[in-house]
Write a protein that binds this ligand. Structure first.
Ligand code: SF4
Length: 487
């Protein structure tokens, strides 16, 4: 499924969600959650929602579109009174892009009301859904997120944390959940920590968010990341932590550093902008290019491009201007409109690139379609040479953990060699960052990351019905390996 909201993202690994939760008595929690979701908007633009609780009930408001579109009437926020809230921005990788799938999901079961916000993808989601349906569960949505509600409801436990401890081990895959009852907020991260979730402190309580940039937006202080396999519970008694799974191999998605996260966020204690600058320096060391200037594809590649320019001793220029104001309904899903969509979003600055040997930096090449259009635009604007540097290794294997690449056939690097890709995108040269270079630049232990889309090694076994013929039968080194790829 392509994301037509932003044609530049149609050729990327695309993140599906941002989650935000706030427990802050005496604060305008709905409005603060709205600001928090604004900060997380880059993680999903299809739908947005906020639910607020006041100790007795939960009310929610959600809809299709950007945060500013769903809450265009900000007066609604002032009517949502309470002392805890949960918010969500969605990009669908599982379940259709329809209003009923927007989150937070509000459910009522025998122990009361529950709001659920989820980021990630359950590898065994379809299997669990089939089993639950066979046992009589009726699903309102087609999202994975509803599965946890049914598991909790069927657990037979009255206490929610006990019910969660019984239910969560049944989930396989990537998940960061924020759950809310009328008086409690609960943050949960999967045993591998594939998706990020951080904890912060406000003047009167606590905040949970996919990224720390949301804390800065509401004036909260970062406390720590939620540990893989941890559940934090925030209520009138304060904050306490429990484990629902033993520590497993930590495998945060390394694409958070490459592309998803905002440059002003910190992940695992590292600032994303500074990591991206180091990716750029390392990329330039691995692929020195004779050129006149360096430009980046906005926004995620600008930090990398500055690092490339520093290392090559070349001017770092604004080669493109990005139009940020194109609404989601403007670009229709036809090939012609997609081509036009790239031009609407991105315009090269002719006076900068004309007659120049240009190094164009981008964060990844997934399908290859957008890279071709961007290189063409630079040539039309008069660039003498276009050298493309990519701050990630070639993406050769699908992601099963919540991103929208499901088969190797969609991946240009799974089908073509680097010289073939260079030709197909019309570049004069093309260089990808090596996996070693990526890990060196991130400067954290290599076993702390999922890199499956670069090397075909998965911490959690991919669904057999989707790709069994490409999987080895046995695990080695505790991981599942894919064969039959350009490894
Ligand atoms: S395979 Fe792993 S590293 Fe690649 S996008 Fe998915 S979670 Fe991230």
């Amino acid at each position: 499924m392509l994301n037509y909201t932003d044609p530049l993202r149609a050729d990327k690994m695309t993140e599906e969600c941002g989650v935000f939760g706030l427990y802050a008595p005496g604060s305008a929690v709905a409005r603060l959650t709205y600001y928090g979701l604004y900060a997380l908007q880059h993680r999903g633009q299809e739908s947005a929602g906020i639910a607020v609780a006041n100790g007795r009930t939960i009310i929610g408001e959600k809809g299709m579109g950007l945060v500013a579109e769903v809450f265009a009437d900000t007066g609604k926020l002032d009517q949502m009174e309470g002392h805890l809230a949960v918010g969500h921005v969605r990009y669908s990788t599982c379940g259709s892009s329809v209003p009923v799938n927007a989150q937070p999901l509000l459910v009522r079961y025998r122990n009361g009301a529950l709001a659920i916000a989820h980021n990630g993808n359950l590898i065994n989601g379809r299997l669990l859904r089939r089993q639950l349906e066979a046992e009589g569960s009726i699903f309102q949505t087609t999202t994975d997120s509803e599965i946890i509600a049914h598991l909790v409801a069927r657990s037979g436990e009255n206490d929610l944390t006990t019910a969660l401890k019984k239910s969560l081990p049944k989930l396989e895959g990537a998940y960061a959940f924020i759950l809310m009852t009328p008086d409690r907020l609960i943050g949960i991260r999967d045993p591998h920590g594939i998706r990020p979730l951080s904890l912060g402190k406000t003047a009167s309580g606590y905040v949970l968010a996919s990224e720390t940039c949301a804390f800065d937006t509401i004036g909260a202080e970062f406390l720590r990341d939620i540990a893989p396999g941890e559940m934090v519970i925030i209520d009138q008694q304060g904050l306490h932590s429990e484990r629902f799974a033993p520590p497993a191999e930590h495998a945060m998605c390394i694409f958070e550093f490459i592309y998803f996260a905002r440059p002003d966020s910190n992940l695992l204690g590292k600032n994303v902008h500074l990591v991206r600058k180091r990716l750029g320096r390392r990329l330039a060391q691995e692929h020195p290019v004779a050129a006149d200037l360096v430009i980046g594809v906005p926004d995620s590649s600008l930090s990398v491009a500055s690092g490339v320019a520093e290392e090559l001793g070349l001017p770092y220029e604004m080669g493109f201007v990005k139009n940020r104001y194109i609404g989601r309904t403007f670009i229709q899903p036809s090939p012609e409109m997609r081509a036009l969509g790239v031009q609407l979003k991105l315009n090269p600055v002719r006076q900068i690139v004309a007659g120049k040997r240009v190094v164009m930096v981008d964060d990844s090449i997934v399908r290859g379609t957008t890279s071709l259009r961007i290189v063409e635009m630079l040539r039309k604007a008069g660039a003498k040479e276009v050298h493309v540097l990519i701050s990630s290794p070639p993406v050769i294997a699908p992601c099963y953990y919540g991103l929208d690449i499901s088969t190797p056939a969609e991946l240009i690097a799974a089908r073509m060699s680097i010289p073939e890709i260079t030709k197909s995108i019309g570049a004069d040269s093309l260089g990808f960052l090596s996996e070693e270079g990526l890990l060196a630049a991130v400067d954290l232990p290599e076993e702390g990351f999922c890199r499956a889309c670069f090397n075909g090694c998965y911490q959690v076994k991919p669904p057999e019905d989707q790709w069994a013929s490409n999987l080895t039968d046995e695990q080695t080194d505790g991981r599942w390996h894919c064969v039959g790829l350009h490894l």
